[in-house]
Design a protein around this ligand. Structure first.
Ligand SMILES: N[C@@H](CCC(=O)N[C@@H](CS)C(=O)NCC(=O)O)C(=O)O
Length: 225
């Protein structure tokens, strides 16, 4: 099998989400670094008109794909033939999709806005609105609370094993201490308020593939072993 090309930037969660699945499935891959100022113009916008990473090209099937959740779904359908991190049948395969959609629409964008207003907005505009910090910090905790509640009665989100639906949450979960580092008092992040969520994230961080990605997340170029 030829290596899958992943368009990559380091230290950011969405490319790492795809890398976890590539590692879990033991697929060959190689990164292509995209400079920040190259994201929003050709040739990269010919790959992803949205001008963001990740995107992939898979020379084995000829597909080019962007949006991390769509890429995850593709890798699972094409390559998780043994169903090591997915289920073949209903209702589990639909519940996996449900959680993947929740991650892509409910976790990623809200955690991303919390990061923007808590950290980056002031670097660009000199100040950051407290109301936006409150709004997105509260939403981050609400999403963690939904997961914590569900995980209070089960080990994994779907079925009785760790699936891609769980793993998709790992990279943004990892960012929480950084995203919330400037918040204090009632607005601060306190992992002890989310014990089931924390147990779940810790169990995923123990996995070999996830540890490998955590060790690679700062690298400018990543490649399968
Ligand atoms: N919904 C997209 C989000 C992709 C995204 O926001 N990527 C970030 C890195 S995590 C990026 O490329 N940011 C650069 C920019 O927005 O210019 C996905 O899940 O792939």
């Amino acid at each position: 099998m030829l290596p899958i090309k992943i368009y990559w930037r380091n230290q950011v969660p969405n490319p790492a989400k795809v890398l976890i699945i590539l590692e879990e499935l033991h697929l060959p891959y190689e990164s292509e670094w995209v400079e920040l100022d190259a994201l929003k113009k050709p040739p990269f916008t010919d790959v992803n008109p949205n001008g963001r990473v990740p995107a992939i090209t898979d020379p084995n099937t000829g597909i080019t794909l962007w949006e991390s959740a769509a890429i995850v779904q593709y890798l699972i359908e094409e390559y998780d033939t043994q169903h090591s991190i997915s289920y073949a049948g209903a209702p589990e395969k639909f519940h996996e999709l449900q959680w993947l959609f929740f991650q892509a629409s409910g976790q990623g964008p809200y955690f991303g806005q919390a990061a923007w207003f808590n950290i980056f907005h002031a670097q660009v505009y000199g100040e950051s609105p407290e109301s936006a910090k409150i709004r997105y910090g509260a939403e981050l905790k609400r999403v963690a609370g939904v997961l914590d509640q569900v995980l209070s009665t089960r080990t994994w989100l779907v079925g009785d094993k760790c699936t891609y639906a769980d793993l998709a949450f790992v990279p943004w979960n990892l960012q929480i201490p950084f995203v919330m580092s400037s918040r204090e008092g009632e607005h601060a992040w306190d992992a002890e308020q989310f014990p089931h969520f924390t147990r779940w994230q810790t169990a995923m961080l123990d996995r070999e593939a996830v540890q490998k990605v955590v060790s690679l997340i700062g690298e400018k170029h990543v490649k399968s072993a």
